[in-house]
Design a protein around this ligand. Sequence first.
Ligand code: NAD
Ligand code: ZN
Length: 359
Amino acid sequence: SKKDEKDNLTAVLYGIEDLRLEQRPIPKIADDEVLLKMDCVGICGSDVHYLVHGRIGDFVLTKPMIIGHEASGIVAKVGKKVKHLVVGDRVACEPGVPCRYCNYCKAGQYNLCLGMIFCATPPYDGNLTRYYKHAADFCYKLPDHMTMEEGALLEPLSCGVHACRRAGVRLGSKVLVLGAGPIGLVTLAAAQAMGAVQVMITDLVQQRLDVAKKLGATHTLLIDKDDCAEDLAKKVREIMGVEPDKAIDCCGAESTTRLSVFATRSGGCVVIVGMGGAESKVPLINALVREVDIRGVFRYCNDYPAALALVASGKVNVKRLITHHFDITETAKAFETARHGHGGAIKVMIHVQPRDTNN
Ligand code: NAD
Ligand code: ZN
């Protein structure tokens, strides 16, 4: 209806503890863009962090910003140059659009592009809004049997795929994942799909380990913040029966990074995904004399297609991560739930449209 076509209710973060719903104009698209009628937007830890702290490292909120970046939507308009999408297509939206011209972009490492425009990373707007425009080539058409919720979850899943690719997870790998938050859980799922035969996961919270178990973790370990990393490494080896050849730190606390290094077998690989303090105490000589590689991860790069294929083929079930559903009009409540982990919240999903029929 005419009313629908003007309603562009949008969640805008004005500053710390100041998230508002307001009307915004519907964006006009360029020739290489599409207009999306947004459907699902998941809440990520970083969205909550901007709400509570107004910054993440050097990314500082200095003006109002639309929140949200784990999203799916339906194509409502296509630019003249767009060939692969038509109006009505259901798509997942990869939230970071790089410059496409720099050496990183040309070399295929576009996640490292300094000109990256990433949804809800200041100063760029996100997509928790009814109408949002996006670069068409960063929209991926979903098969009919995939839900819009799954489309939105391709964002965190891509992080998991990228982390496993960086770690070199392959057939027969024995993987230790540290932290069973949404990122640890998608990393677990990706590792299994990529052929890992054992995936052990640790957390401070038993309920999160229970979810990990349901997702197929072969071993879980409940740990305490103050446990000694070297003792825990021994425990990991005892429980797994071998030393893991990969450790993926999806927490980023000093204690998890230390455990990652101590637990990994000589010649193995440690991947750091979680962002803890800017500096931390890591047993570098231990890593060096045992040729344990330590690698970083920044978001993802060319990983959306694999994440989509994993879900479409049924190899990965991301739906289990969603614990709560809210309508966009309940955005404040959704953020409260995500922030305080009410009701064992893991992934909180915001629906901009009525819930998809094939959920
Ligand atoms: P989260 O806070 O929900 O999950 C972290 C989990 O680690 C929690 O379940 C917590 O209980 C657990 N934990 C805390 N201390 C622990 C310890 N000592 N040992 C074991 N587990 C412990 O966050 P998330 O959304 O899953 O994200 C995880 C991390 O990944 C965050 O730091 C986030 O900023 C980062 N991240 C990085 C990238 C990247 O590109 N590098 C991308 C996405 C997220
Ligand atoms: Zn670039």
